[in-house]
Design a protein around this ligand. Structure first.
Ligand code: CIZ
Length: 304
């Protein structure tokens, strides 16, 4: 079946099942094209909770679909390819976090949304890459166990007086960007401005002109007077950047910025998910309630 037939079938199935399709900013172009909404993981989950759709097809990786379940337990959440996981989220198990908490009994546990429902459930409060600094600075405790991304933890540490204890995990894709990549791009595009994600190494974020989450990068690109941007986040983000700013030039800081997990979802898997109402993502009730509490606490500090 060709891609336009598939798109038509998906569109009919969506209406038939009262479903919406959410695509993370890192999804392949074709998936972003047919999505009802594109965005970052937390923004999409909040959006899912606010629609009256009964079925959410979440095109992203597992922790993202879990967040949608946590915020919308009454809806059916489908992930077209269940193999799409996140090595960063998998870098911490609930058991390992429990052990670390024992090592630092005074510390408050802040977990990045890029974590499993089980890890969220064991954390005091969640944060996104956009609000991590604000969340940490809002806390009464002096010592913060920050999981699972060490690069985001270093970024927060540079913007707070609190003691940050980073978990030793990272996004293997953003971590591939090195300062040499930035120097090379600056040479190639001397009038370009460098925009990177806070999951990049601290020496990379220190050199960038702007550091932000995907949603912040998308907003920044629209608002900046600059017409040439060098982008340090996953390649999928270019779809939205180019669509929003057809007159601007975008260059990826490194050709390595491709997340293989994010590329697992495609049109035929979305069609199959809608046809079979499978694969579904579920989170056990107790875990969901505890994880929800950590997300809700974040929302009280900052709703993004
Ligand atoms: O939380 C997300 O969606 C991720 C993975 C990155 C971002 O900055 O949007």
């Amino acid at each position: 079946m060709n891609s336009s037939d598939l798109k038509e079938e998906i569109s009919d199935l969506k209406v038939k099942h009262n479903a919406i399709i959410l695509a993370h900013n890192y999804q392949i172009d074709e998936v972003q094209e047919i999505a009802d909404y594109t965005g970052d993981s937390f923004g999409l989950s909040k959006l899912a909770a606010s629609t009256d759709a009964e079925i959410i097809v979440f095109c992203g990786v597992l922790f993202m679909a879990e967040s949608a379940v946590i915020l919308s337990p009454e809806k059916t959440v489908l992930q077209p390819d269940l193999q799409a996981g996140c090595p960063l989220a998998d870098s911490i198990t609930p058991e390992a976090l429990q052990a670390k908490k024992k090592e630092y009994p005074e510390a408050v546990v802040v977990c990045y949304v890029n974590s499993s429902a089980d890890v969220k459930a064991l954390s005091d409060i969640c944060c996104t890459s956009a609000n991590a600094v604000k969340v940490v600075n809002s806390l009464a405790e002096r010592q913060v166990l920050f999981v699972p991304d060490k690069n985001l933890a270093f970024y927060v540490a540079a913007h707070t007086k609190k003691e940050i204890i980073p978990w030793d995990g990272c996004c293997s894709i953003h971590h591939k960007v090195v300062v040499d990549d930035l120097y090379k791009q600056r040479k190639l595009h001397p009038d370009g401005i460098i925009v990177v994600h806070p999951e990049c190494r601290p020496e990379v974020t220190a050199l960038a002109d702007f550091v932000g989450s995907t949603a912040e990068i998308i907003r920044f690109a629209r608002e900046t007077a600059s017409n040439k941007l060098i982008i340090g986040t996953e390649i999928g983000t270019l779809y939205r950047l180019k669509n929003d700013n057809p007159h601007k030039e975008f260059h990826l800081v490194s050709e390595e910025l491709i997340c293989p997990d994010m590329k697992l979802n495609n049109l035929s898997k979305i069609r199959d998910a809608l046809l079979n109402k499978q694969p579904q993502v579920n989170v056990p009730v107790q875990t969901r309630k505890e994880a929800f509490a950590a997300l809700e606490r974040m929302l009280q500090v900052n709703d993004y």
